[in-house]
Every structure is written in structure tokens, then in C-alpha cells.
Design a protein around this ligand. Structure first.
Ligand code: AVI
Length: 322
């Protein structure tokens, strides 16, 4: 079946215990402390993220889905036929489905996703819906170099798809490095289609990261739960609280885990002391202006060659080319 072919094609480079431990020890040793948000996404974290996307306060997903629905035909015309679509952080693949269905004669789809459970679910769902597209899934941390699988049929060009404003989860220098890596992946006549959340009323943004049902707080704390399970740390989940605030000068949500008391945490035989009230950054979610985004793209040797916008709440798709 198409599902069996897709699962057989899986490249599995999921980060192992040693890689995760090294990243966490580095983050806990920094001042101020900062843990990478990519480790939110174990199976439970990916499921919690899907729940976040259903919360009334979290506008980005539904806004971008609607934008894609409205613009997919136009996008398909601009990007042309016979593409190999490479998606970074593909999650459930709901947005991809809209894009792939609109494209003319797409050749292959390579979702790169750190959560193996989310990747397998999305492929199992998409393969039967799109049997004519070769599915070449890769379970990996997309910030690390990944050798792209080669489709059986030669594509006309590569399209890197990076929706969801996941770019916003990276600091500006990291985001530029990522855009440069995309430029390598797409090659001289490739393209990237990137979703960016646009700067807007701070109250609306802050509410999106502090939903009344508390799903986002659960999602943030799940980072500690999965680290305890996967690298044997002993974080007390009741000892930390989720805090997400929008910094207007930096145009970003800063999500932190705040230590509720003085406490000591053990990770891989090392001890880390937390003061009461000490905040550890676990995620940034940058929002963009057109000027900031275009400057970042230019720093990576890319130009914005087309754009599609949703208004109220504002959200954008940008096509980048070398
Ligand atoms: C995946 N990423 C773009 C989400 C965001 O909005 O930064 C992750 C998220 N964190 C809290 N809520 C959603």
C-alpha cells in the first residue's frame, strides 16, 4: 500500500539520549538558563501542540489554514509543476495537505519532523490521500544537516515549506542560519514558502500563549516531564510554572519556566541550583514586520518574490528565492 511504502522509506535520525543530554546540560549551564524548544515535541508534546491549535485564543494555525485555503491555487500557479516539497517541522501535516492538493503534478514530499509519533501519524494519514506523491519522511532535528532522500522521478525544483511561524521559534542569528541552510537545500532555482506571524496588538498575542484552558502551560511543562523520562533528570513539575510575556521592543513572546522555590535539579550526575523566582527561557515566538523579515532573508542571500497576507489577525506567507 502507499502507507507501507511511505513507512518503509522512513529515514530515522531522531535525536538520541546523548544528544538531548548534551543540549540540556549546555542550556542549564548558561546564564540566564535557556532550554531549546525543539524538545517540547515528544509524542505527548506534539499532541498537546495540536490541542493548542484548537484553542480559541491561539489564532495562528486557523488563520494560516484559511490563508492557504484562499491562496493555494495562486501559490500553485507561482511555484509551478513537478516539485519536491520539503517541509521543516511538519507536525500533523494539515497545512501541507492543502498545499499538495493544489500543486500541479507534485513529485515527492519529504516531511522532516523531530517527533517520530507525529511523523508516522501524518504520513499514515497523507499517503492514502495523495497516492501519486512519493512520500520520503525523515525523522530528524531539522536544525542539523540532513541528507535529502532522492525521489524516483526527477523533480523540476525543490520547494521548502516552513509554515506555522516556526521560524519565530529561533533567535535572529539562528533564523538567518536556518534560512541559509534552506537556500542550500532548495538550490539555485528552488524556493521557500514560509509562514510568519505578523506583529499586532500585544494583548492578542499574549492571550494566544496563555489560553484559559491551560493547554499551553501543560505543553511548556511537558518539556520537563519528557526530559525526566528520556534523560533521567529529576525536575519537579510542581516546582516550575509557565510564564509567557510579549516583549514589544523585541517583537517576541518569551516563554519561561519559573522556579517556584529554591530547589536543586539533577541531570546526568550534575546538580543545578535554582533560586526562588528564577526564570529559565524555554521558547521564543518572534512576530515580524515586513522590514524585519526582508532584512533577515537578505542576510541569508534570499529575496521575497511573492507574498500572501491574512488580515485581522495578521499572518503572512512569503515566497523566498535566491
Ligand atoms: C510551533 N510554534 C510556531 C508554536 C508557536 O506559536 O511558537 C509553538 C507554540 N508554543 C506555544 N504555543 C504554541
Amino acid at each position: 500500500s502507499s502507507v507501507r511504502d511511505a513507512l518503509q522509506a522512513l529515514t530515522d535520525l531522531q535525536p538520541d539520549r546523548d544528544q538531548i543530554t548534551a543540549d540540556i546540560l549546555r542550556g542549564l549551564s548558561a546564564t540566564p538558563r535557556q532550554l531549546p524548544s525543539k524538545y517540547f515535541y515528544d509524542a505527548h508534546g506534539s499532541a498537546l501542540f495540536e490541542q493548542i491549535t484548537q484553542q480559541p485564543e491561539y489564532y495562528p494555525t486557523r488563520t494560516e489554514l484559511q490563508l492557504l485555503q484562499d491562496c493555494a491555487r495562486d501559490i500553485a500557479k507561482v511555484v509551478g509543476p513537478r516539485l519536491h516539497v520539503v517541509e521543516l517541522g511538519s507536525g500533523s501535516g494539515r497545512k501541507t495537505e492543502l498545499l499538495l492538493q493544489a500543486l500541479r503534478d507534485p513529485v515527492a514530499y519529504t516531511p522532516i519532523e523531530i517527533s517520530r509519533a507525529a511523523l508516522l501519524d501524518s504520513i499514515t494519514r497523507l499517503a492514502p490521500l495523495l497516492p501519486e506523491i512519493e512520500m520520503l519522511p525523515v525523522c530528524a532535528d531539522f536544525t542539523q544537516p540532513v541528507q535529502l532522500p532522492s525521489p524516483q522521478r526527477e523533480p523540476a525544483r525543490h520547494l521548502v515549506f516552513f509554515p506555522g511561524s516556526t521560524l519565530g521559534n529561533f533567535a535572529h542569528d539562528e533564523a538567518i542560519a536556518l534560512l541559509k541552510a534552506m537556500r542550500q537545500t532548495m538550490g539555485p532555482d528552488g524556493m521557500a514558502l514560509i509562514g510568519i506571524d505578523l506583529h499586532k496588538d500585544a494583548g492578542l498575542i499574549e492571550a494566544a500563549y496563555n489560553d484559559a484552558a491551560g493547554v499551553t502551560a501543560d505543553f511548556t511543562l511537558n518539556l520537563l516531564r519528557r526530559l525526566n523520562r528520556d534523560i533521567g533528570s529529576d525536575f519537579d513539575l510542581d516546582g516550575f510554572r509557565h510564564r509567557a510575556r510579549y516583549s514589544v521592543p523585541r517583537l517576541r513572546i518569551e516563554t519561561e519556566l519559573v522556579s517556584q522555590r529554591e530547589q536543586r535539579v539533577q541531570v546526568d550526575g550534575q546538580s543545578f541550583d535554582f533560586a526562588a523566582g528564577e526564570a529559565m527561557t524555554v521558547e521564543y515566538s518572534h512576530k515580524y514586520t515586513d522590514a524585519v523579515f526582508a532584512t533577515m532573508a537578505a542576510a541569508a542571500g534570499l529575496r521575497v518574490t511573492a507574498h500572501w497576507n491574512a488580515t485581522d489577525p495578521a499572518f503572512g506567507l512569503r515566497l523566498l528565492q535566491p
